[in-house]
Design a binder for this molecule. Structure first.
Ligand code: BG6
Length: 486
């Protein structure tokens, strides 16, 4: 970063959960590693009354709980909080934005991070503009969900586009900041061995699982209005799907990658209401246990309507209508309160065309398992001959690459990575407007099909892998979800 330039990072929602749990710890790590320039200032902005020093003390307190103890360095924290200030602003009152005008001009590199509910995006952008705070070097950062359906996402995008150019708008999907998600690009396009078999020629089906053990974490009212389809599928799962299914981009530039992702989204086959039973399972957790700890049902969570029909699990069989993927089903599933925290992609290859071994040799088809979290690994299951004095016996074994074996300390958290890209003005890990809108187009259609169909909500025990109907969904492909323990 050019240390000559003044850079102001304004965090709207500076007292909120995202700022305290993710953004400020990520900025602290960059500060400590001297990755922030000397001229960086951070401003927490909110409607609560704090003076600067009590805000700094509050940040210090929160850092002590949100950082690993090994990262907590009293001296570095003391220095870090000195670059932080607090400004009280009512987002709806334009004259409140005067206080920003007093400390910055539109010549500075101003980063406006909107860690607030999307209902404030429009008014904040308007007020920044009225106070002429937006210059050529300004960026605005917004978090998913960008809207709640296609129309509201268009409205949000329109209101930002009035004051910011597309390359000044950073739409965050934090999954794109995960090291492992980016590694998909390296795996696919940095190696020749996969490309020729990465299609309907050799792939039987693809599974994408994002399973969480977490429940609602005090977000009951938001979640009950949202559900798994809008909270996870519309963004994180579709983004992973794009990276798995896209064509090779011409280069690593943001526009090339986003162009290819957009083509995947445009090729998704809309689900018709009369097909939902064969293609979709929606579920909601009931009582259960995770790691021997009892878990109460979704309907008993705070902020959830006692008759709620909101889905906490979704499994979907979807089709990508293009040359490469014709005839290959993609199975996506995500859910809360499942058996394990696990995000992974399974590429299930087809059987060999002709089996030369005798019937006693049960042959398994190759599988490539890309684990994104909690640990990052790539496992290719292959058949080998089992050593023996006589006979010929096949056995399946994994070629296993566990990233921690090679990179112990190098892991940046997703927000650390994304914040650095914002500071350095690199947009490839952020969603372009057309991608977001296309993902909503597909999601709206899916939600309308559910509404028009007879499909009902299946209950599943907390701590399980979801409703049994989701096993049937994939069993129709003569396959099963990879729920295997390592
Ligand atoms: C968020 C969702 O986008 O992602 C949460 O709103 C979910 O409901 C979270 O828990 C999962 O993120 P991660 O990084 O823990 O897999």
């Amino acid at each position: 970063m050019d240390t000559e330039n003044v850079m102001n990072i304004f965090i709207f929602g500076g007292t909120g959960d995202l700022a305290q749990r993710k953004l400020l710890p990520a900025l602290y790590r960059h500060f400590k590693a001297e990755r922030l320039g000397l001229q960086v200032k951070i401003y927490g902005i909110g409607s609560s009354s704090f003076d600067v020093s009590s805000y700094q003390q509050e940040i210090k307190k929160k850092l002590s709980t949100n950082l690993e103890s090994i990262e907590y360095d009293e001296k570095a924290i003391q220095k870090f909080i000195k670059i932080i200030s607090y400004i009280k602003i009512d987002f709806n009152i334009n004259t409140d934005f005067d206080s920003l005008k007093k400390i910055t001009s539109n010549k500075d590199r101003n980063i406006f991070y909107l860690a607030v509910s999307p209902i404030y995006y429009k008014v904040i952008a308007e007020n920044l503009n009225k106070q002429t705070l937006i210059g050529l070097h300004s960026s605005i950062i917004v978090e998913k969900p960008i809207g709640n359906n296609l129309q509201s996402s268009i409205d949000i995008n329109e209101s930002l586009a009035l004051y910011f150019k597309e390359n000044q708008i950073f739409r965050i999907d934090h999954y794109l900041g995960k090291e492992a998600v980016q590694n998909l690009l390296a795996l696919r396009f940095g190696n020749i061995i996969f490309e020729k078999i990465w299609s309907n020629v050799a792939v039987d089906h693809v599974q994408i699982t994002v399973a969480e053990t977490l429940g609602l974490e005090k977000r009951g009212p938001y979640y009950d209005q949202t559900g798994a389809i809008k909270d996870m599928l519309q963004n994180h799962l579709l983004q992973i799907l794009c990276l798995v299914a896209m064509e090779p981009p011409t280069n690593i530039n943001s526009e090339s990658i986003r162009d290819e992702k957009l083509k995947v989204l445009r090729s998704l086959r809309p689900l018709k209401a009369n097909e939902t039973n064969d293609h979709l399972v929606i579920g909601q957790y009931k009582d259960g246990a995770i790691n021997a700890k009892p878990i109460t049902s979704y309907l008993d969570e705070n902020g959830v309507n006692e008759e709620s029909k909101t889905e906490t699990f979704v499994a979907l069989k979807l089709w990508i209508d293009n040359w490469r993927w014709s005839g290959v089903p993609f199975f996506l599933r995500t859910g809360k309160r499942m058996a394990e925290k696990r995000s992974e992609i399974v590429i299930q290859f087809k059987s060999v065309p002709h089996n030369i071994f005798d019937l006693n040799n049960k042959q398994k088809d190759n599988q490539l398992i890309i684990r994104l979290q909690p640990e990052e690994s790539i496992k290719l299951k292959i058949m080998i001959k089992k050593p023996s004095a006589s006979g010929f016996h096949l056995q399946e074994l994994p070629l296993d690459l566990l990233f921690d074996d090679y990179y112990e300390d190098d892991h940046l958290d997703a927000y650390e990575r994304l914040l650095m890209d914002i500071i350095e003005n690199k947009p490839s890990l952020f969603m372009r407007r057309d991608e977001v809108e296309e993902a909503w187009r597909f999601t709206d259609q899916l939600i309308n099909s559910i509404a028009d169909s007879e499909i009902s909500l299946s209950k599943y025990n907390a701590g399980s892998w979801g409703p049994s109907s989701s096993d049937l969904l994939i069993a129709n492909q003569n396959a099963q979800w990879n729920n295997e323990e390592d």
